[in-house]
Design a protein around this ligand. Structure first.
Ligand code: PA5
Length: 449
């Protein structure tokens, strides 16, 4: 049993000939990706990560994770964008919903908190409060080693750890994941003697979940890393075919490209599990940063049903018809809760007595999907058999590869992100970074109006 992609609920929104005509472009994109003739080819290392992660590196990750589990109540993970979303997605999707709130006796793994992905003083202050009296380890993650938000957080928490433990002991609790040679974090890690993990040079941030960026926090969270990598490795094999008809991953890329060409400019990733929330955040970054350039690209958003059926559901059903949905679902839940018997039936729900919540979930999913299709919203379905580390790995690889092919079909470089630099220059100038004085004056004049 493997991941399944179904586009039958989108078929009435395009012609079979659209797909036939796109098949040669898909083949060309496949060749660009696999032979390295496409834009950004120097960042294709993620393609083979599932089969290339060395045994010794995996062992080192497991050893570090075990040490953290044994000596820490809390792991702080510092990173932003691709340097945190993958790990957070896996931990939320595969861990206990309320893991950080479980009493220590019932929790198998340390509490894990992510920091350096926002600039909120309140968040930092509350987190510092929470750490009081706890044993803490820290994993700082930055490929460039120079990103401002995590660097500020690291400055703060490094100093907190040094005050708590003294500098030598703090050093043994800090793990740095960064480039092999470049960047301020690499320099700092070497001068302090932190244990380090390497982000391969040919893997970009948003494609780095299957490197130590994702794997170390995932392993600390008690998730079976080998199983996850096996799922990704099997997906690598399965989605290798250049033939559109044989490759569900390429079909997803092709269908979304056809829908885009037909004016469907927004893709809503729909989940029925609250624990998919951060997988959707990971997916949004993957597609938005990979495709949103040169004035092109589908705008990726996410929704959590049934909560959002009671809010944006109205728009989905009858608003502007410029969107499609991709429903991410699990064939069968591992856990179920049965609806009780109540012969008084004052709530009128007796017809559901004895049914499981998983049955309700399936029916709401089918009902909403058919209603939205009737309302003019094409629906795609990505289904995994069960919510396991193996299928998480499969999902990651499916979306990463689909994203690369989709980017090439769109005619963009899926591996760069020049657009995120513009705000940074303004931010540095306004914060007073040396070298930005003239720009600061200009921006401040604009702000004064
Ligand atoms: O996909 C990307 O490359 C980015 O989103 C990065 O992951 C993000 O900007 C963080 O960069 P870094 O890991 O260099 O701190």
């Amino acid at each position: 049993q493997t991941l399944r992609f179904d586009y039958s609920h989108a078929c009435k929104f395009f012609e079979q000939t659209d797909l036939d005509q796109l098949a040669p472009e898909v083949l060309r994109s496949h060749i660009q990706l696999h032979q390295g003739t496409g834009a950004g080819s120097e960042l294709r290392g993620w393609l083979d990560l599932p089969i290339k992660c060395e045994k010794s590196e995996r062992e080192r990750i497991v050893q570090a994770a075990t040490r953290i589990q044994e000596n820490s109540d809390v792991l702080l993970v510092i990173g932003i964008g691709g340097s945190y979303l993958g790990a957070k997605a896996a931990l939320e999707m595969l861990g206990h919903h309320f893991t950080n709130l479980l009493p220590a006796g019932k929790r198998r793994v340390p509490e894990i908190y992510f920091v350096g992905n926002n600039i909120s003083p309140v968040y930092l202050a509350h987190l510092l409060e929470l750490l009081e009296g706890k044993e803490v380890s820290l994993n700082v993650i930055s490929k460039s080693g120079t990103t401002m938000e995590p660097a500020i957080a690291f400055r703060l928490f490094r100093s907190w750890m040094e005050k708590k433990y003294g500098r030598p002991k703090a050093r043994s609790r800090i793990y740095a994941t960064t480039d092999r040679a470049k960047g301020a974090l690499r320099q700092l890690a070497e001068s302090e003697g932190y244990e380090t993990f390497v982000i391969p040079e040919d893997v970009g941030g948003r494609f780095s979940i299957l490197t130590p960026v994702g794997l170390l926090p995932i392993a600390v969270g008690g998730i079976d890393m080998d199983e996850l990598m096996q799922g990704a490795a099997d997906a690598r094999e399965r989605f290798l075919s250049p033939v559109l008809a044989d490759n569900p991953c390429y079909q997803y890329a092709a269908v979304r490209n056809i829908l885009y060409r037909r004016g469907k400019l927004i893709e809503v990733l729909v989940g029925y599990e609250p624990r998919f929330r951060f997988f959707a955040e990971w997916w949004k970054q993957l597609f938005a940063e990979s495709e949103g350039k040169d004035n092109k690209g589908i705008f990726p958003v996410s929704a959590e049903y049934s909560t959002d059926l009671h809010s944006i559901g109205q728009y989905l059903q009858s608003g502007t018809r410029h969107l499609f949905e991709t429903v991410l679902t699990v064939h069968k839940s591992d856990v179920d809760v049965t609806i009780g018997d109540d012969p008084a039936n004052l709530d009128g729900l007796q017809y559901l007595s004895g049914k499981g919540m998983d049955f309700v979930r399936q029916k709401v999913l089918q009902g909403a999907m058919l209603a939205h299709v009737d309302g003019g919203v094409p629906n795609l379905v990505v289904e995994i058999p069960r919510l396991t580390a193996y299928h998480f790995g499969e999902l990651v690889y499916f979306f990463e590869k689909a994203c690369a092919i989709s980017g090439y079909l769109l005619g963009v470089n899926p591996f760069d992100q020049p657009g995120v630099e513009a705000y940074k220059a303004n931010m540095f100038a306004l914060l007073g970074r040396p070298g930005f004085e003239k720009m600061k004056e200009e921006l401040e004049a604009r702000i004064r109006g």
